[in-house]
Design a protein around this ligand. Structure first.
Ligand code: F6P
Length: 361
């Protein structure tokens, strides 16, 4: 019999986290009469026993709010937790401490909301005996066992709006405008926003680009009377040599590489080859902030309700997932460790090419 559940939000934030929390707390407290404990700042809260007891009013008015009222972290891995003592840094497995904290608080099941890193730890805690259910989150949409992660559609909308705005200034100044978007090693945001915004060139990690072909496309447009071009580039895009552009390395993060800078790199190259003035916009964390779209609010609510239902039905070690029109679940074991990337010959790439988009290939 479940009486008390725990919840946390881990990894980079994204629009819809609060909507999931609202759905979890309302379903758990109002429908089932459970108590809900929220751990602060992702796994850090579980390790440090930093938590709050939810009251139903705590989730009032948060459906449309970006971020997460619990806080989050994309640095803390409880299986290799960074500890600084007397100026020395070491990494320790504190997963047993987490197990003790959960049992001391008499928590009967945990809902862990996050991307691949958070869900990999969820799987590992399930192997240790913790009763967990995962919820798939990330603007990158790179989790393989669900059709869509919440947050992605909002990021695509933000990026599309940016492309729309760049269009008018690009056209007025007869310039090349480059928009660099997030997505890590997957090109979903660039591809979908690029198609929705009518980009002329889309560069994604899954299709290595030849800069001469990118420049050729821009020159062809100019010769056809279009003095401007819009290039959408994913932060993980790579040229034929296979090199990504790394902005920084966050050494204490489970996934330490932070991508960024490819927009500036290709801007210099395009300007040099074509002679057309080129400007860069790096959209950055704007894609992660702000109000979730109605689609993401609904998807987040569906995921949050389903996660509580899974705990109620004692179906542990699973991640809730969207398959077709239905919310179902998959085992965490199957859900983690494999990225969902864009198929270079998939339908979205093909329709983009049909309407004249260049991929630099
Ligand atoms: O995974 C989400 C994401 O926003 C990526 O698209 C991006 O590469 C990364 O996180 C940025 O991380 P940080 O917030 O640490 O800069």
């Amino acid at each position: 019999m479940i009486k008390r559940i725990g919840v946390l939000t881990g990894g980079g934030d994204c629009p819809g986290l609060n909507a999931v929390l609202r759905a979890v707390v309302k379903t758990a407290m109002v429908k089932y009469g459970y108590e809900v404990i929220g751990f602060r700042d992702g796994y850090r809260g579980l390790v440090m026993n930093d938590y709050m007891k939810f009251k139903p009013g705590d989730v009032s008015g948060i459906l449309d709010k970006g971020g997460t009222i619990l806080g989050t972290s994309n640095r803390d891995n409880p299986f290799s937790f960074r500890i600084e003592k007397d100026g020395k840094v070491e990494y320790k497995d504190l997963s047993e401490r987490v197990m003790d904290n959960v049992s001391m608080l008499e928590i009967d099941g945990m809902i862990l909301i996050g991307g691949d890193g958070t869900l990999t730890s969820a799987r590992d805690f399930f192997s240790k005996g913790l009763k967990v259910v995962g919820v798939p989150k990330t603007i990158d949409n790179d989790l393989c066992s669900t059709q869509v992660t919440f947050g992605f559609m909002t990021a695509v909308e933000t990026a599309t709006e940016a492309i729309d705005k760049l269009h008018s200034t690009a056209e007025s100044h007869h310039r090349v405008m480059i928009l660099e978007v997030m997505g890590r090693y997957a090109g979903w945001i660039a591809l979908e926003a690029g198609i929705a915004g009518g980009a002329d060139v889309i560069l994604i990690p899954e299709i290595p680009y030849d800069i001469d072909k990118v420049a050729k496309k821009i020159i062809e447009r100019k010769n056809a009377g279009k003095g401007f071009s819009i290039v959408v580039v994913a932060e993980g895009a790579k040229s034929l040599d296979g090199q990504v552009v790394v902005r920084k390395v966050v050494s204490d993060s489970p996934d330490p590489v932070r991508l960024g800078g490819v927009g500036n790199k290709i801007a210099d190259e395009i300007e040099k080859i074509t002679g057309i003035e080129t400007r860069v916009t790096v959209l950055g964390h704007l894609q992660r902030g702000g109000r979730p779209t109605p689609y993401d609010r609904i998807l987040s609510t569906r995921y949050g309700v389903a996660a509580v239902e899974m705990l109620h039905e004692e179906r542990f070690g699973v991640m809730v997932s969207l398959q077709g029109d239905e919310i179902t679940c998959v085992s965490l074991e199957d859900a983690v460790g494999r990225l969902k990337t864009v198929a270079p010959d998939g339908e979205l790439v093909r329709i983009a090419k049909s309407v004249g988009v260049g991929f630099g290939d």
